[in-house]
Design a protein around this ligand. Sequence first.
Ligand SMILES: NC(=O)N[C@@H](CC(=O)O)C(=O)O
Ligand SMILES: [Zn+2]
Ligand SMILES: [Zn+2]
Length: 428
Amino acid sequence: MYQLIKNGQVLIDGQLQKRDIAIDSNGQIAAMAPTITTLPANPRAIYDAQNNFISPGLIDSHVHFRDPGFTTKETLQTGSAAAAHGGFTSVIAMPNLSPVPDNLPNFEQLIVRNQVESSIHTYQFAPITQGLVQPTLVNLSAFKASGAVGFTNDGHGVQTAQTMYQAMQKAAQIGLPIVAHVEDESLVNGGVINAGPAAKRLSVPGISNVSESAQAARDIELARATGVHYHICHISTKETVNLVRRAKQDGINITCEVTPHHLLLDETAITSDNALFKMNPPLRSLADRQALWCGLIDGTIDIIATDHAPHTTSEKQQSLLHAPFGIVGSETAFSLLYTTLVVNGPFSLAQLISWLTAKPANIFKLPQAGQLAVGQPADIAVFNLNDTTTIDTTTFLSKGHNTPFLGTKVQGTTMLTLVTGQTAYQKE
Ligand SMILES: NC(=O)N[C@@H](CC(=O)O)C(=O)O
Ligand SMILES: [Zn+2]
Ligand SMILES: [Zn+2]
């Protein structure tokens, strides 16, 4: 445990300012000042941040850790190590596991394993329904009591309005969000990438925008009727952005997230039958991608989350038709976003950090996360913002190497990640 981090640059009122940070033996931030000289007796260690940027530990509200059930893709240990490598100190894990943690003993065991086996804070979403696909709701209040931070069938849309309506009524009563992967399966038609020019050129079935937006429209009306906090995952279409914008204007309790890949890529990146470009929802058109940027600019989109979805290399070497949906994101998110949105884009570092820290902490009520402040846990990420690298999967700590960003030149390297003052990642 570090006692003192010296010579950091911290965002204060949107500006980088020099700060030293002292950490007490409980792993909490004890002091933050331009210069700290007085150390407690027996200082354990001093870390010289060398004028690098010190961020509150990043928060990723959408990861797939695959454990239990799919541990050849990822485990709690490798998933959390990858997150720490990306500067994330808190994540919320999705319940599309095997077995699905849809009964309390399994769910409670998962909560314990998340704490014991993960090197970061791993919070857990509970399923909305049994097996993620059945019409039977879980007992939402019991899962809340066991530590669920929200409910989601991520990987699947909730197919009937009645099931979603009942889930929202219950979730509203207990004050937890419904976190929705919006996808109407009757409109998917076996699609594997966006219904657009790339699908035509490669002769593969396409996924239309309405498969997302039609269900989002339904859910927004159900959210209006129930008053639930309704959060949309990985928003990808211009129509859904417009729906969320109007819903916010109407005062509906709605939030949403966008992934780095939907911000940075669109279907024009898919030039061959390469399943590293296959994820759900798919990369959409340029017009959709532009709408996502506009959504960030005007606050329609609240946060950025990775949807880190590791799969094995052999699975992703299959054709677009047969490979599973999903790409990894934990270890590339910050550098890709910093490079594209801040260095080469219109956004400030402070905006980017708010989408990755304070805002997700606020949306998912993680009061111990998302800010650097005296008395808060020392969840800290140190980034060298000037270091330029090329994305290289051999540096990944995730078991998943399935990224379409291989070889992309990026700026911003994680130097150190502390979780409650303990080192979760340190660059050698
Ligand atoms: N995003 C994906 O393409 N895949 C996710 C499921 C999901 O987030 O819908 C997965 O679990 O692999
Ligand atoms: Zn999803
Ligand atoms: Zn997901």
